[in-house]
Design a protein around this ligand. Structure first.
Ligand code: IMP
Ligand code: MG
Length: 177
């Protein structure tokens, strides 16, 4: 198994780049179908989701817009639960169809905060597309509309996800071993 070291931790491959790309294509097809008659606004949660967003966006054939926001609840390997405000959204989202693009949904704190901030502006709807979802860690009742892969409660890096700043550039997804 391909192994890498980041800071003090060893990681082994969890999801290959090929599997990720196949899955992204399927999600793009679903979005192209669902939003064929609309001009949705994709809201990308920085930093981690930028890689997934770029791969997904290139495969969208519908008319659509994209915007990037920042919100953070994570430091190192454990969710701190500390949440910052939503920054960077300049578009008027009133009556718009919104799709939030996330890298990973863990406890669900970040996505819940995002949704709560967005619905204040009365969009037509808010859906969520995430590359990774940890069902065992998820503490919310909100349903996630598009999921790349459900994964166990491991800490993962790569494909936009970092461990204390490193690993975002890896094309595959790795987990701690
Ligand atoms: P949540 O608020 O607990 O759902 O955490 C969401 C955020 O924590 C994600 O957007 C990531 O930035 C970060 N995160 C959660 N799990 C991992 C992981 O396994 N590796 C790297 N970052 C993670
Ligand atoms: Mg994130």
């Amino acid at each position: 198994m391909k192994q890498i070291k980041i800071h003090d931790k060893s990681f082994g491959i969890s999801i290959s780049s090929e599997s990720i790309q196949d899955r992204v294509s399927i999600i793009a097809q679903q979005l192209n179908k669902e939003y064929a008659e609309d001009t949705p606004l994709f809201i990308v949660v920085l930093n981690g989701a930028f890689v997934f967003a770029a791969d997904l966006f290139k495969r969208l054939t519908i008319e659509c817009e994209i915007s990037f926001v920042k919100i953070s609840s994570y430091q190192g390997m454990e969710s701190t639960g500390i949440l910052n405000e939503l920054i960077g959204l300049s578009e008027n989202i009133h009556c718009r169809k919104i799709v939030i693009i996330e890298d990973i949904i863990d406890s669900g704190n970040t996505i819940e905060k995002m949704i709560n901030e967005l619905i204040k502006e009365k969009p037509a709807e808010v859906k969520v597309a995430t590359m990774l979802f940890k069902p065992e860690a998820f503490k919310k009742t909100y349903s996630i509309d598009y999921i790349g892969f459900e994964i166990p409660n491991d800490f993962v890096v790569g494909y936009g996800l970092d461990y204390d700043g490193l690993g975002r550039n890896l094309p595959d997804i790795y987990k701690t071993i």
